[in-house]
Design a protein around this ligand. Structure first.
Ligand SMILES: [Zn+2]
Ligand SMILES: [Zn+2]
Length: 70
């Protein structure tokens, strides 16, 4: 058996392991932020990360308003 040194999956054929490493390994756990392309292993981490952008949007629109009134 050929174990993947990254995720521990085992393959009977070396070519299957190589294909796994090239195409599959680590890919399923990749969640990417559409706004800044930061990558997260877990979906909940990405969702929590989006709050950062939401806060930024609120903050900047507040600043714009304040500037207009100043
Ligand atoms: Zn793997
Ligand atoms: Zn982001």
């Amino acid at each position: 058996m050929y174990p993947c040194d990254t995720c521990g999956r085992q393959y009977r054929r070396l070519i299957s392991l190589q294909r796994h490493k090239r195409l599959e390994c680590g890919k399923e756990a990749q969640f990417e932020c559409a706004l800044c392309h930061a990558k997260f292993k877990h979906k909940h981490s990405l969702l929590r990360h989006y709050n950062v952008h939401m806060a930024d949007v609120k903050k900047s629109s507040k600043f714009e308003r304040e500037e207009r009134f100043a």
